[in-house]
Structure formats: C-alpha cells, structure tokens
Design a protein around this ligand. Structure first.
Ligand code: AGP
Length: 610
C-alpha cells in the first residue's frame, strides 16, 4: 500500500528518497511523487503515474536537488490514478504533504476549507491535510503546533509527513493508525512508513506510537505524545539484512521466497524446538502462565494469514484439545461476538500492520480476552507492540505481494503453539512425539518437495488458457486448498475457488466440465478414502483433475487425471508440505500468462487501510 520516505540532511537527499521509494515498491502502488525544498527557498514537485522508474527518469531529467524532501508511492483510495491525485499535495505552494491512511471526514473538511477560500486540485482526502496545516500556519503557529492542532481535526488513519517552505530543514510527522518510523543518521535524519526504505542510510530506528507527533531536523528529533507532552521513545537497532531486497539470481522475489522456505522454517524452529519438545518460554515472558490457563483460542487474521489460522484450528482442536474459533478481521471488528472463558486472542500477520487485524486486536482488548498473542513476521510492528505476547516467525523480509514463506512459517509457529497449549490440555504423548519429530523433519522435507518443481512447471502449461479452476481438500488440507486458490487468483488472475471436497455435491459439482481444471490435495491421511470418493464424483462428470498426492495414496494418472507425487511426510506437517506445490503452480501459470508476479494488479503488500 502507500509508502512514505522523507529526509532532512546537509547533502542532496534525492537519491535517498528515490532509493527509499524503490525499496517500498513491493508494497504495491500506482503512482509516485517527490517534493524537494530547493536552495532558493521554493518547493519543487515531480509526480508520475506508473512505476517509480518513471519518476526517477523525470527527476533525473529535471536535475532536481534538495536537502529536505518528502516522497510517496500512492495506492489509490480516494480519486483515480492520475498525476493530480499523486502525492505530495501542496497548499498555496507553501505546505507539502505526503500521507498514508484515510481522512474519513475529508468531505466536511473540504467544505470548511473551501468556505475559507482554499481550492482543491485533486480528489484526494490528503489535500485537506495540506490546507488544514496551512490554515494553522496562517494563524501564526509554528509548523509543529500547526500539525498538532490540525491532527485534532482529523478522523480516520494517518501517517503523514509535512514540510513548510518557510521553515526549511525540518519536517513534522504525525502517526495515528498508519505506521511511521524515524531513521537516525549522523547530522541527518529520516522518516519512512517502513524501515526497509531507510536501510541503506541507517540501522537505528524509532517506531512512533499512536498519536505521536514529531519534529525532525538534521540534528534533533523531538517527539510528543497524544497529549502533546514530550516523550522519549526507544531507539531500536535493526537486524534486517540490508540486501533483503535482492532477488539473489531468481527471476522474481516470489520464486526466491518459495525457495527460501526450508531455510526460514529452520530459522523459525531454531532455539525453539529441542530434541524432545519445545524450549522454555518461547512465546515470551509470562506466556507459560497464560498458555496453562487457555480454554479457548480465538484467531483473527486476513487473507493468507487467515488460512494459517484456519489450519491451526484443526491442529488445536485435534491435538491440543482446546476449542478454537477463526475469523476474518474485517468481519470480527464490526460484529458483536461472545468471548469464551479463558480465551486467548491470537492475531496472525506477516506485516503486523494490517489495519483490520490491528483494529480487531484493539477491539478484543475492550472485550476482555484473557490475553493476546500475535504471530508476526515484522519486529517492532504495531501488532507486536500492542499485543501482550508476540511470537516472531523469522521468515525475513517478504517482498512478493503473494505471501509464501510467511505462510509456512506461520504454520510452523502454530504447530509449536499446539504443543505449548496441548501440554496443559491432555496432548497425548504419542501425538506430542509425532509432532516434534515431524517438525524436526520439516526443513528437509520442504527441500525434497521443492525438487518436484520441474513437473509442476510442465503442468502449468495446461492452466494458462483457463478462466476458472476449483481447488479441493479435506480436513486440514481444506485451508491449504483455499490458500492455493488465493495464490492462483492473486498472481495469474484466473478465477479460483476452493471447496472442502465433501461440499462438492451441495452445489459446485454443477460447474464441472473439461474447461474447469480441478486441483486436489491428497496426502495419505485418514480422510483419503473419502477424498477418493469425491474425486470419482468429479471424474463421473467429465472433470479434468490434477492431483497432488502421496505416492502411498495410490492414485494413478490417466486421461482424466494427472497425478503429481509429493514426498511422503508425517500427517502433522502435511499442510505445510502441500502448500509448496500449489505456490509453484501459481507461480508458473503466472509466468506463462506474463502477469506482474511480484506486484499483481490492484494489490498491496501491507494493507494499512480498512
Ligand atoms: C497473501 O498472498 C496476500 N497478499 C494477502 O492475503 C495477505 O496475506 C493479507 O493482506 C494479510 O496480510 P498480513 O499477513 O500482513 O496481515
């Protein structure tokens, strides 16, 4: 989604801003812009629709220079994808603003500002920020106070950075609902919506908290809380690899990230899984006491993370003997729900910034859950900071919009959570041993599974001209079928739906014909015979099937069915293993179709608006 970079330095900041925008491209956007305070005291703004490279070319041919500047990648919400709607937005050629989030009362503000003589040159909500701040400046307030007064008038979410040409070498930033991180340099300071943008220039960061407003100059950073009081915020040293943004020789980030899965799952297990069980306190200080008392788990997430939660429900109820509910965050946050006794709220998120999941966590706190745990990939993210307990998935930076390695590490984390909760709820010795052994075997099994990649590449040819597809699974493979369908539609734009295969005869069988490929995930588990009956139902109606199956499941290829053997694995880890072939299938289909694999149309990596 939208990205922000800002800098105040003695050197020219153009390169820093543009490199920052490039590093945020993975989040998804449709236009980009930059505003620079020039030596002659004027503001120079350049904006382009399309890729950041178009902006880079325009900035280069303009020879733009500046020591204070702000830049933005926009993912359109209010107003179409046009240059006029791209950020930064100006007020009276004096104030420049970039903004992530949505000012919900922007129509009222527009009317009020119009009545005061302001004209609007865009359809965006953001332009109201520029004019509101300008109005406060005109009242005689310095920039900091002008921003503090302005944000009191905004309803909604914002991470915003503001420059005033009459107060150069300074930016003022404000955060409510959309993350901002200050990067500390030597005699220069920076601001961004994501630390990834600033890794080439600093590793020292301050994560702003809700309601914070900060004044940033070359030498100073002064932060004020919601009440306007000066506050100190912790300085965090980032350990994210500087070159996490490299493709390491792969054609796409997504392919690189698929192939990283054995390594990142190994990292997720390291120091947490011992020979015969879990290491102590892996869910954080005080977690043991919470987990010992859990009687119900409520999981909240969106998209792929929701599918991880759906899978976890099978594990938590089957092995750990606790009841478990799973809900999409955008539904949970707007309905009245009942809180079970001793209920643990678990949020899952790759980014830790998903607006709906964050709002659900905040709501859950009011509802009186026993405790909250987040399973998250980004240290210092909002979900991590606002949850009682946090478990980091350690997948490393995930750049491809389509989530891959984040998902399999989330599932790995959930298997460990199953062990940790099950220990207090009658998890059998046999199941415990089986899960522990399966987890030990997981990285190697993932490696082995990636070796079937070539066969899947061939298979992809058969999908490229299809418009629809159906994914089938049963039990804990049903959410994996859902995830497979999500991946295919996300990056190849082929319509894909997933069904628990027992549901087929209740409606979807009507869709079956030779134009509707049916993808089946078939590990050798206790539901295999039931699944085989569902496969026969499809065959009898002339369906063409692609079955990912354990070799012991005894499926054989014929004219209506193509079988792809997946390495045999322990049942507990089968959902993780069967995810890989589905990721590869989507990738290769997208490759043939020539879509933008890493930045599929209309999508954003981190969904920071609701
Ligand atoms: C996955 O491929 C998607 N890009 C999307 O569904 C994603 O999982 C969802 O937006 C949730 O994001 P989060 O994990 O960062 O909260």
């Amino acid at each position: 989604m939208c990205g922000i970079v800002g800098a105040v330095a003695e050197r020219n900041v153009v390169e820093i801003l543009l490199e920052g925008l490039k590093r945020l491209e993975y989040r998804g956007y449709d236009s980009a812009g930059v505003a620079l305070l020039q030596d002659d005291g004027t503001l120079n703004r350049i904006r382009r629709t399309g890729k950041v490279q178009e902006l880079v070319d325009a900035v280069t041919s303009d020879n733009a220079l500046g020591t204070t500047g702000i830049a933005h990648t926009r993912w359109a919400t209010h107003g179409g994808v046009t240059e006029a709607n791209a950020h930064p937005h100006f007020s009276a050629e004096r104030v420049a603003v970039v903004h992530n989030g949505i000012i919900e009362n922007y129509l009222d503000l527009r009317d009020q500002l119009r009545a005061k003589g302001y004209t609007f040159t865009s359809d965006t909500d953001t332009e109201t920020i520029a004019h509101t701040v300008n109005e406060e400046l005109k009242a005689g307030h310095p920039l900091l106070k002008a921003v503090q007064n302005s944000v009191k008038q905004f309803h909604g979410a914002y991470g915003t950075v503001i420059m005033d040409k009459q107060d150069p070498a300074k930016v003022v930033v404000a955060r409510s609902g959309s993350p901002l991180v200050i990067g500390l340099g030597l005699g220069e300071n920076f601001i961004a919506s994501d630390q990834m943008a600033l890794l080439p220039v600093t590793r020292r960061f301050i994560f702003l908290e809700e309601g914070d407003v900060a004044e940033i100059t070359r030498r100073e950073v002064n932060i004020f809380d919601q009440a306007g009081q000066p506050v100190e915020r912790e300085i965090v040293e980032s350990n994210i690899e500087h070159d996490a943004g490299d493709k390491a020789g792969y054609r796409h980030y997504m392919l690189k990230e698929i192939h990283e899965q054995p390594t990142v799952v190994r990292n997720a297990l390291k120091g947490r899984l011992e020979e015969h069980g879990l290491a102590p306190d892996i869910f954080g200080e005080g977690a043991e006491n919470v987990l010992a008392n859990v009687k119900h788990v409520q999981i909240i997430a969106c998209g792929t993370s929701y599918h991880a939660g759906m899978t976890a429900r099978y594990w938590l109820e089957q092995y750990a003997n606790v009841s478990c509910g799973v809900e999409i965050a955008s539904e949970f946050r707007y309905r009245k729900s009942v809180v079970h006794e001793n209920s643990l709220l678990v949020t899952i998120s790759q980014s830790g910034e998903t607006a709906d999941t964050l709002a659900a966590l905040r709501l859950a706190k009011e509802l009186g859950y026993m405790s909250s745990l987040t399973i998250c990939n980004v240290p210092g993210s909002s979900l991590v900071r606002e949850s009682d307990l946090a478990f980091m998935t350690k997948a490393g930076a995930e750049i491809g919009v389509a989530s891959t390695k984040a998902f399999t590490t989330q599932l790995t984390a959930f298997l460990m959570l199953t062990l940790a909760i099950g220990k207090h709820n009658g998890l059998s010795e046999t199941d415990s041993k089986q899960i522990v052994q399966a987890l030990h075997s997981l990285p190697a099994k993932l490696e082995e599974t990636l070796t079937i990649s070539e066969g899947i590449e061939d298979l992809a040819e058969e999908f490229a001209d299809k418009n629809h597809s159906l994914f089938l699974g049963r039990g804990d493979q049903y959410p994996i079928a859902m995830e497979g369908a999500l991946k295919l539609k996300e990056i190849s734009y082929i319509h894909a739906e997933a069904y628990a295969s027992g549901e087929l005869k209740h409606g979807p069988l009507a869709l079956i014909d030779e134009e509707m490929p049916v993808i089946v995930v078939a590990p050798n588990n206790e539901l295999l015979e039931k699944l085989k009956s569902n496969v026969e139902e499809v065959r009898a109606r002339g369906g063409i099937m692609y079955v990912f199956a354990d070799k012991n499941a005894r499926f054989s290829s014929d004219e209506t069915m193509r079988v792809i053997n997946v390495p045999h694995c322990e049942p507990a880890i089968a959902p993780i293993i069967y995810t890989l072939p589905l990721q590869l299938l989507s990738y290769y289909v997208a490759l043939i179709k020539g879509t933008d694999v890493d930045q599929p149309r209309n999508l954003a990596k981190s969904v920071t608006v609701e």
